[in-house]
Design a protein around this ligand. Sequence first.
Ligand SMILES: NC(=O)c1ccc[n+]([C@@H]2O[C@H](COP(=O)([O-])OP(=O)(O)OC[C@H]3O[C@@H](n4cnc5c(N)ncnc54)[C@H](OP(=O)(O)O)[C@@H]3O)[C@@H](O)[C@H]2O)c1
Length: 309
Amino acid sequence: MPTKSSLDKSNLLSDLSPYIYGTTRLGDEKIPFDDRVHVARLAMEAGVWFHTSHTYGDALQVLRAAFDQDRRHVPRLIVKIGWSRTDELREVIHQNLDPLGLGVLELGQLCLSGSLAEEFANGGKCYQTFAELKREGLVRRFVLEVFPWTSDMALKALRGGYPEGIVDGCIFYLNPLQRFASNELWGLMVERNEPMIAMRTVSGGNVHSLRDVPGYAWKPYLQQRAVEVAPIFERSGIASWTEFCVRFAHGFPQVRATVGATSHGDRLKEFLAAAENIEPLPADIQNEIIKLQYRWSDELDIQAEPWTM
Ligand SMILES: NC(=O)c1ccc[n+]([C@@H]2O[C@H](COP(=O)([O-])OP(=O)(O)OC[C@H]3O[C@@H](n4cnc5c(N)ncnc54)[C@H](OP(=O)(O)O)[C@@H]3O)[C@@H](O)[C@H]2O)c1
């Protein structure tokens, strides 16, 4: 029997676009500034949400230029905020909103460490601060960022019920090669029907390149996972890796959106096309990857030192 709280979650984050434009590639200074503004404008015209951070090179300057060209299509944003102390939050929010000429953050991604993470796990005073930020209208909603190495913090908080009514869901890497929530946390989130935002739609690039091109995968484990997943992708008969990945992420009913990045207009079109009328993957294909992810999580993810994967 689902609990009352699991039933109540279906409306949370239901207004996100199924594909969210990730902006890391907008901070790549090797690409001419105007070309980056152009891709940002294409994504704005498509009406999707954006995910960004002041830590993504000069991405905020690119976004500001794009917004100033077309204020009617300024997207709703997910922004990374944190980090280790409650009294840092406000400053980090302004570091993002001010350069963009915005007064309100639609969705704050809580990236927590140190004493702030401890408070979060134990139902501490950070929840009052989150509630204040909402009351003031500086942040409308929050989601919690999760990694394998922060899964225990999230698990403790969720078990305690502290985020209820204040934090609307979790955001983490979720794609065919990565599921960055520990098996235990994943189990609880699925059982409770916690809203999820899946990051890194295509796992960093095409699966065949990740498998075959030396140095393409930024860590060896991703290359090894691509070796395991490529035959499953091929067996699906789906021609496009982007489509396969969007269908994989949205194969979980808790997933509201998948966040993927590109600096190319044609690849953006591929993301957008894949996010129209999304059909889940065939169950056997989806289940095969889910099974791999349980194994990978125990074998590698939860043993990993922070930020090593
Ligand atoms: N902790 C966090 O909050 C966190 C961490 C990671 C990511 N993110 C968010 O999630 C977004 C996506 O993450 P990501 O960029 O790491 O992963 P991703 O979206 O899976 O991969 C993007 C990479 O793949 C390339 N690409 C895109 N479409 C492709 C295609 N059809 N064929 C081949 N290559 C393709 C892009 O390069 P081109 O530009 O050359 O297309 C880019 O280098 C980020 O922009 C960011 O907003 C957040």
